[in-house]
Design a binder for this molecule. Structure first.
Ligand code: HEM
Length: 510
């Protein structure tokens, strides 16, 4: 009986397989042929493999772990300023193309890329131009300069806690510390809730570590989207077993969810918060916008925390590393700060810090060399259009990494060198127009005012009050891999020599 069943199956397979294999080969050959010869991008230069499959980029992003940017630089050298680096993707390298892509309000974000962040209903993740605009309208005033100045004390308190925490350590990763202070700012500013990140002894706060890992996970999910759904479907206990670090994500989401649920059940709790929080805006019926659903509120909360932590942490890390690695820069910065605040216990208001030219130069260089996000952020050319003199067909995915602008030697001579002095000349405001760390146009950074305030308050206070020394002072460069944002190879370990003018808070170190 089973023998005859086997025989039948074999006969069936013999009958079915050859046409199936032939069919698959035919479709494969047809797709390859049309991508190479009949595709609207067929005449653009680039490697044949990239024209055939998106797995070309996947190889450099995922398998090589963040090397696509290096590869793009090689491709531009070989093929010129416009390269076809995927079947339907063009990358540009002329700095003038940056504005043409990102300032053009017609080009939406590419869903294939942005859906990997699981934030379809949040400011960062919207691929609909209208939805993104509406959300920005709701949140604009909460992240305005006026509001940032109004809540300056909230940011300053997190900075004071950071210094107090640093004072209790002898040697630590400064990068981890910056991530924690950025995390504390964003959770207190947006939700009026402490993250407790600064109370971890070595600044090893699980959520900031998980956020850095997500950076790589999103790279993988982009090519294998089913993994995202599989991960989201896992119960928390299983996430904890598979990856204890990643458990921080559902745990944190749980905390945000509880706040959202509590507010939705009883909006009057909003009257009890210490200051205005995002839900005063997102749930405000007077804004005339349809009230947001729970998913949208949760996604927005998670995105703000993600967007506001690593970027700020990286820019501070880049600036601090170079200040500590270069005695002339350190002495000049300290001199400027001590000249204005001879008393280390005096308050250092934001509006005064912003007037310091050398500190401003240090921050600009930190932003320039940390780049904000480094992966090319894809937009869709919804119509046939011209980008920097190049005719681009409808539905092409267009992008340009921010690093290309920041490393342009015509704008920034010796582009890889950290030089605050380049910001002291008369042309510094023109130069500032070439900083694209926050991107440009209507999808540029929503938190830019808060980010600038953090950079001034964190770096100003740190270099006025802290006496630190790099543990590995010999290294002159911070190396990184290009994921969504840069992932640094070294952690910027510092010896804490002393900290002046520290304010003391009730201790709750973990
Ligand atoms: C140095 C700090 C920061 C840098 C360099 C930075 C950089 C960027 C960049 C490059 C984008 C564009 C992303 C894209 O096109 O997909 C962006 C978007 C965004 N950023 Fe920031 N960011 C910083 C801090 C913050 C902070 C503190 C917040 C928190 C409020 C924030 C919230 C956002 C949001 C919500 C978006 C999405 C805007 C949209 O798509 O309409 N960012 N940021």
């Amino acid at each position: 009986m089973s023998f005859s069943l086997l025989e039948t199956q074999t006969a069936y397979s013999n009958f079915l397989y050859p046409p199936l294999v032939a069919g698959v080969c035919f479709i494969g050959a047809y797709v390859a042929f049309s991508r190479l010869w009949f595709h609207p991008l067929a005449h653009f230069p680039g490697p044949t493999l990239a024209a055939l499959t998106d797995y070309y980029v996947m190889y450099y992003d995922v398998i090589k772990g963040g090397e696509m940017l290096d590869q793009l630089n090689i491709l531009h050298k070989r093929y010129g300023p416009v390269v076809r680096f995927g079947p339907n993707q063009l990358h540009f390298s002329d700095p003038a193309a940056y504005d043409a892509i990102y300032r053009d309000p017609r080009f939406p974000k590419d869903p294939n890329f942005y859906e990997s962040f699981n934030a379809k209903e949040a400011s960062f993740g919207f691929t609909s131009i209208r939805a993104a605009k509406e959300r920005r309208e709701i949140l604009r005033s909460f992240f305005s300069r006026k509001q940032v100045l109004k809540l300056e004390k909230v940011t300053q308190r997190a900075v004071d806690q950071f210094l107090e925490s640093l004072a209790q350590k002898s040697e630590v990763s400064l990068h981890a510390g910056f991530m924690c202070v950025a995390m504390e700012v964003i959770t207190t500013y947006c939700f009026s809730q402490t993250s407790n990140a600064l109370s971890y002894p070595a600044f090893e706060y699980p959520l900031t570590i998980a956020i850095q890992q997500v950076n790589y996970t999103c790279c993988i999910v982009r090519y294998f989207p089913f993994l995202l759904h599989a991960f989201l479907a896992l119960p928390s206990w299983l996430v904890g077993v598979l990856s204890p670090t990643m458990l921080a994500l559902p745990t944190f989401r749980g905390t945000l969810d509880r706040q959202v649920t509590e507010i939705l059940a009883d909006p009057s709790v909003l009257e009890q918060t210490e200051h205005e929080i995002i839900y005063h805006h997102l749930l405000n019926p007077e804004s005339g916008v349809v009230p947001l659903g729970k998913t949208s509120l949760q996604e927005e909360a998670a995105i703000l925390v993600g967007a506001g932590t690593e970027t700020v942490g990286n820019a501070c890390a880049m600036a601090a590393f170079h200040v500590l690695a270069n005695e002339d820069i350190r002495r000049r910065l300290k001199g400027e700060l001590e000249g204005v605040w001879p008393d280390s216990e005096a308050d250092m208001p934001l509006e005064r810090l912003e007037k310091l030219p050398y500190l401003t130069g240090v921050i600009y260089e930190g932003l320039r060399l940390s780049h904000g996000l480094v992966t090319p952020l894809p937009r869709i050319a919804v119509d046939d259009c011209e980008i920097n003199g190049v005719q681009v067909p409808k539905n092409t995915v267009i992008s340009m990494s921010q690093t290309i602008v920041h490393y342009n030697p015509d704008v920034f001579p010796e582009p890889r060198v950290f030089k605050p002095e380049r910001w002291l000349g008369k042309d510094s405001s023109d130069l500032a127009g070439h900083i694209v760390a926050f991107s440009k146009g209507q999808r540029s950074c929503l938190g830019i005012n808060l980010a600038w305030a953090e950079l001034y308050l964190i770096l100003g206070n740190l270099f006025r009050k802290a006496n630190l020394a790099l543990v590995d002072g010999s290294s002159r460069e911070l190396k990184w891999k290009a994921l969504l944002s840069p992932r640094y190879d070294n952690a910027i370990r510092v010896k804490v020599i002393n900290i002046e003018g520290v304010k003391h808070f009730p201790s709750h170190e973990k």
